[in-house]
Design a protein around this ligand. Structure first.
Ligand SMILES: *[C@@H]1O[C@H](CO)[C@@H](O)[C@H](O)[C@H]1NC(C)=O
Ligand SMILES: *[C@@H]1O[C@H](CO)[C@@H](O)[C@H](O)[C@H]1NC(C)=O
Ligand SMILES: *[C@@H]1O[C@H](CO)[C@@H](O)[C@H](O)[C@H]1NC(C)=O
Ligand SMILES: *[C@@H]1O[C@H](CO)[C@@H](O)[C@H](O)[C@H]1NC(C)=O
Ligand SMILES: *[C@@H]1O[C@H](CO)[C@@H](O)[C@H](O)[C@H]1NC(C)=O
Ligand SMILES: *[C@@H]1O[C@H](CO)[C@@H](O)[C@H](O)[C@H]1NC(C)=O
Ligand SMILES: *[C@@H]1O[C@H](CO)[C@@H](O)[C@H](O)[C@H]1NC(C)=O
Length: 484
């Protein structure tokens, strides 16, 4: 069986498929239109970092202001339009009133409207112009913005708390470590900062996806595991690709079986990530416990169904839950060069493989040379697979952080395939891991709902308590220093 696409299944790839639908269906209270002082800003800087126009969203409705050291909650924008994260990070909005906090959502350079060189076309022109798209430079943008903003508001004394989910969670943790003078603490949710080099096995991600299906039903797992060979033998038949295109109701005929494999792979991977206990519309509109629903369809297909018919019924839960899709599109190249793919080919090199025995995906080993050749072909760039751990650490992180670091929460749900590359153990009194058995990809950052299970309510309460502790401690030290 051919290998899975070298482009990594990170949260972006699919986010980009449906950004507008994800946006419109979100809680309407995310940006109350009558909010005082709510505006979108652009931050212009003179700097060779080159992103001179970081867009940011700001809300000061509940901020108690500089005289009372009102905190500033800063969400580290990740690999998409910042509005998408603002509406999907209800937790920050939910808790801001309690803390009297300002809310700030700066956008990551090269995404949304924050384009250096004046336009997306210029910014994404080639490897030279893209070379300014890095995590370090995004952090520097955030640091410049917050410093400038605090100065303008005479709010230099106000403590900053960082938030982030997924890659944004990695940025939040890294920013706390790199800029301790700028932020007092970070909530890093579903942040796989250890998914680099050989820190965790490359098979980790797909093993967790597979286990999410296996725990619902072992026959569901088996059907999916067997389906790859069924696909291969189907395509070898006369007219095989055309038949497969019909079985899976694609609008146009498949060019290769690899396209179909990738399409299925990404459905299962995202389903495991957004396996939330209530209906949600982060990536796609999906029912509660979507993995269970997919397995119900696969297992519950009529007894004479073929393996591939079962698979089709299953993935329809992901791609056609609303029933509004006439035929499926394979997005060949909807956006041209994608910023995340560039990042994955330069700094964010996360080894991936699939274990012959424990994974339901086609088996393959992490093959760095093949990956490197793919990056050279697609972006004319050679990856730097060891850079992230050099810049931010990762090997032996518990020893490194135990004595010098503080005030980071690593929150993870074990259903989330990225949890395997994150920090799951408490490192010190103030660098803590909050782990939930039933949680999926940064569910704690979502707005609270009536359907929240108790473990989620408790997890968020612990987060609030820890953040309160950081702020209390900051105030205590300020008072001591300035004799207030
Ligand atoms: C950018 O770098 C160039 C060359 O090193 C230097 O001449 C210029 O002053 C720098 N500009 C800024 C804004 O730092
Ligand atoms: C800075 O912003 C201005 C105005 O948007 C733009 O014309 C210019 O090209 C930008 N410079 C860089 C280096 O991105
Ligand atoms: C990218 O484009 C710029 C502007 O056209 C050019 O100066 C530069 O040499 C190009 N870089 C590469 C790697 O092609
Ligand atoms: C700070 O004030 C300066 C001068 O008015 C302005 O140019 C800049 O955009 C402001 N920055 C922020 C982040 O508000
Ligand atoms: C999507 O679901 C609807 C309703 O069940 C169905 O009529 C339609 O054929 C499905 N589309 C595809 C491509 O399977
Ligand atoms: C996978 O299973 C086979 C057959 O059961 C066994 O021989 C082999 O040792 C297993 N490999 C691993 C890596 O567990
Ligand atoms: C880490 O410590 C916190 C208390 O600060 C506790 O709530 C949590 O359960 C601990 N995490 C783990 C993984 O033991």
């Amino acid at each position: 069986m051919a290998t899975v696409s070298f482009l990594l299944p990170f949260i972006t790839a699919v986010l980009l498929l449906t950004p507008s639908s994800s946006l419109t269906s979100q809680p309407s209270d995310a940006f109350p239109s009558n909010t005082p002082m709510r505006f979108l800003g652009k931050h212009y800087t003179e700097s060779n970092l080159s992103a001179n126009n970081t867009r940011y969203l700001i809300n000061t409705e509940h901020w108690v202001g500089p005289s009372r050291f009102g905190p500033i909650f800063l969400y580290c924008g990740n690999e998409d339009d910042i509005e998408l994260f603002a509406v999907n990070t209800g937790f920050v909005w939910d808790i801001a009133p309690h803390f009297g906090a300002m809310i700030l959502f700066p956008e990551h350079r090269y995404y949304g409207e924050s384009m250096p060189f004046g336009s997306r076309g210029e910014a994404y022109r080639n490897a030279t112009t893209l070379s300014y798209l890095t995590a370090e430079q995004a952090l520097a943008d955030f640091a410049l913005l917050i410093t400038d903003l605090k100065k303008n508001l005479s709010a230099e004394g106000c403590p900053v708390v960082l938030f982030g989910g997924s890659y944004g969670g990695m940025l939040a943790a890294w920013m706390r470590l790199k800029y301790p003078h700028i932020a007092v603490g970070a909530l890093a949710s579903s942040a796989p900062i250890l998914q680099f080099e050989d820190i965790v096995p490359p098979e980790t991600f797909y093993n967790i996806v597979s286990n999410s299906f296996k725990r619902e039903s072992s026959s569901c797992f088996d059907t999916i595991k067997k389906s790859w060979n069924a696909l291969t033998s189907e395509v070898q038949k006369e007219d095989g690709l055309r038949q497969l295109s019909k079985t899976f109701r694609f609008c146009r005929e498949l060019k290769s079986v690899q396209d179909l494999t990738d399409w299925l792979d990404s459905a299962y991977s995202y389903l495991a990530m957004v396996n939330y206990p209530y209906p949600a519309n982060f990536i796609m509109p999906l029912p509660a416990h979507p993995v269970k629903e997919v397995c119900r369809k696969i297992d519950g297909s009529p007894p004479d169904s073929s393996i591939l018919e079962r698979i089709f019924n299953g993935v329809s839960v992901f791609y056609n839950y609303t029933g509004g899709v006439d035929c499926f599109q394979l997005d060949d190249d909807p956006h041209g060069i994608d910023g995340w793919d560039w990042q994955a080919c330069t700094e964010i090199v996360m080894p991936m493989g699939s274990d012959r025995n424990t994974s339901m995906f086609p088996a393959y080993d992490w093959d760095y040379s093949a990956f490197r050749e793919g990056c050279k072909r697609d972006f004319q760039v050679t990856p730097r697979p060891r850079w992230i751990t050099t810049e931010f650490g990762g090997h032996g992180i518990e020893h490194a952080l135990k004595f010098f670091g503080s005030n980071i929460i690593f929150s993870n749900g074990l259903l989330d395939p990225w949890s395997g590359g994150s920090v799951l153990k408490n490192i010190s009194e103030t660098i803590v891991a909050l782990v939930t058995e039933e949680g999926a990809h940064h569910i704690d950052l979502r707005a609270s709902t009536m359907e929240d299970p108790d473990w989620l309510v408790e997890q968020r309460a612990t987060e609030v308590k820890l953040i309160q502790g950081w702020l209390d401690n900051y105030m205590k030290n300020m008072k001591a220093a300035f004799n207030i």
